[in-house]
Design a protein around this ligand. Structure first.
Ligand SMILES: *Cc1c(COP(=O)(O)O)cnc(C)c1O
Length: 371
């Protein structure tokens, strides 16, 4: 009886690979023929293209998004005694940037409707030690970066965008990544723009910042065998740069497809047990993830599994309650909205190559859910 049931994977990168395989393999071959396999012309080419894409002047590619956040903090000279304000509901690499360089992450809560960083909470968290605020374009939806930038200017603070989930988003006519002093991107394979390996980037209009990131990623060296400061080996492999150039040309098309699917979820999923992320006007999300809240998450997850529709959680534990941060002394109840999100978030399948039948099936199954 149920032979025709459509199974929906949470995510499937093999479909996209089929679409771009010929071009990817050509580029990979070109890298190997040149044998300039780390940093080099393929990475430089991508850096130029990605800076242009983000409407900024400069880009430094690095090995991961985690490194991008680390090097951004070091470039701003964050160190012991400095506080860096970050949302509690984000991926753990966001606060780690500050921690790596000896700074102290100071967590703040998110808004109840958008689930993005709460600017009023940021204002309350500012102390004389605050040096940087890191906002996160969570799930692909831009946070209120212009408002946060104005607050940072008022208090003489740096604003860094964690844009690891936001490639291509807009606030009005402002592109995500072009608003803060620097923005950090990840090209982890599952991101809207992903490598076939690992990758990340820092972008900025400030050339000094990007020069410093380039030096830090390359053993603290601008000139071979001369090391001006303690650096790291965080270079990007040329294959990743080449793959990213192939994919960047298609990113807007893929993002548009994500938006199309998300708009169907937003308008067609109507179930009192399901809460959507509020999408403010003029904020153009690129829907890295489609996250909903539901009270009985465990029940909903097993219901989805029984119906063979993929689902995931982003993220089940907020940063302030992670074991790695017990030293900071936060406790349950400190950030109610972030904790509520962590306890009830579910990510629905959303990727550009989903078929219409799959999207229909997700909507049908979620609408039929009874709490
Ligand atoms: C993925 C991600 C990172 C880290 O990027 P990696 O490339 O996995 O190191 C940082 N912040 C956010 C919000 C992310 O989603």
């Amino acid at each position: 009886m149920s032979q025709t049931v459509v199974q929906v994977p949470f995510f499937d990168l093999t479909r996209q690979y089929k679409e771009i395989k010929t071009e990817v393999l050509q580029q990979v071959e070109a890298v190997f023929e040149s044998m300039m396999v780390t940093n080099g012309p393929f990475v430089e080419q991508f850096e130029k293209e990605f800076a242009a894409y983000c409407n900024v002047n400069h880009c430094a590619a690095v090995n991961t998004g985690t490194s991008a956040l680390h090097l951004a903090m070091q470039t701003l000279d964050v160190g012991p005694g400095d506080e860096v304000i970050v949302p509690a509901n984000t991926f753990i690499a966001t606060p780690w940037g500050a921690t790596y360089v000896g700074g102290t992450p100071v967590f703040v809560d998110c808004k109840a409707d958008t689930w993005e960083i709460d600017i009023e909470a940021v204002e309350k968290a500012i102390t004389p030690k605050t040096k940087v605020v890191v906002g996160v374009h969570l799930y692909g939806q831009p946070f209120e970066a212009l408002k946060l930038k104005a607050l940072c200017e008022k208090h003489n603070l740096f604003l860094v965008e964690d844009a690891a989930q936001g490639h291509g988003g807009y606030i009005g006519e402002h592109k995500v990544g072009s608003i803060g002093h620097m923005a950090c991107f990840s090209f982890y394979p599952g991101k809207n723009l992903g490598t076939y390996g690992e990758g990340g980037a820092v972008v900025s209009n400030n050339k000094d910042y990007i020069d410093r990131v380039k030096r830090l990623r390359n053993l603290g060296s601008a000139k071979r065998y001369y090391h001006e400061e303690l650096g790291y080996n965080m270079r990007m492999g040329a294959v990743q740069g080449a793959v990213l150039s192939v994919k960047l040309k298609r990113l807007d098309t893929w993002n548009a497809r994500r938006q199309e699917i998300a708009n169907r979820y937003l308008t067609e999923i109507k179930n009192d047990a399901i809460q959507h992320q509020h999408q403010p006007e003029n904020f153009q999300s690129v829907f890295h993830l489609y996250v909903i809240k539901t009270a009985d998450r465990e029940g909903f997850m097993s219901y989805m599994e029984a119906n063979q529709v993929g689902a995931a959680m982003h993220y089940p534990v907020p940063c302030h309650l992670q074991e790695c941060y017990t030293n900071l002394g936060y406790k349950e109840g400190d950030f109610p909205e972030s904790e509520s999100l962590a306890a009830s978030c579910v990510s629905l399948p959303l990727f550009p190559e989903m078929t219409k039948e799959e999207v229909n099936r997700v909507i049908e199954v979620v609408n039929a859910y009874q709490a």
